[in-house]
Ligand binder design. Structure first.
Ligand code: AR6
Length: 173
């Protein structure tokens, strides 16, 4: 196996606005309506334009831990994968399993659509209150396992909004 194929070499964390990334898909930390909101969801809808909301209206919402795909419209990314993270209630209401499912289902959708590069925000770590350390550990574990199982997938990027989040991920990577 060449160096480029090693999972570690295809997993990166960077401090950026995810709406600026020209990847095959950016992941949206959405809510179950898929009709927009604040945080990264609001930023993605603003940058993609009204066509994104129009397509989202046809999807019938999305359950927590699931994922759905749309076009990227005016974004530099070709697609948006919308997933719904769990609201943090202290960790005993299935939050870790649901958050892991967001990463798995998003990555599975990417594969099904022939995509090779994807960027994730810190799902559930804003309005939904998931502790960043615990969420990042799940994100890194799931994406590493995915890359190990998919040697042809080119890159998973963690797009972190602030320096503290980047530092949490850097430690894990
Ligand atoms: N690029 C990258 N990361 C961002 C950006 C951006 N442009 N903007 C914010 N973040 P949140 P959640 C970070 O609240 O916790 C929405 O209203 C932010 O700093 O966006 O899953 C939805 O409609 C944080 O670390 O998502 C839902 O109702 C992370 O993205 C609800 O919020 C996630 O914060 C979902 O809450």
């Amino acid at each position: 196996m060449g160096a480029a194929a090693r999972p570690q070499a295809r997993l990166e964390a960077t401090q950026t606005d995810i709406t600026r990334l020209a990847v095959d898909a950016i992941v949206n930390a959405a809510n179950t309506t898929l009709l927009g909101g604040g945080g990264v969801d609001g930023a993605i809808h603003r940058a993609a334009g009204p066509e994104l909301l129009a397509e989202c209206r046809t999807l019938g919402g999305c359950a927590t831990g699931e994922a759905k795909i749309t076009q990227g419209y005016r974004l530099p990314a070709n697609h948006v994968i919308h997933t719904v993270g769990p609201v943090w209630h202290g960790g005993n209401r299935g939050e870790p399993g649901l958050l892991a499912s967001c990463y798995r289902k998003s990555l599975a959708l990417a594969v099904r659509h022939g995509l090779k590069t994807i960027a994730f925000p810190a799902i559930s770590c804003g309005a939904y209150g998931y502790p960043m350390d615990e969420a990042a550990a799940i994100a890194v574990r799931e994406c590493r396992a995915f890359l190990a199982a998919h040697p042809d997938f080119e890159r998973v990027t963690f797009a972190l909004f602030d320096a503290e989040a980047l530092e949490v991920y850097r430690r894990l990577l």
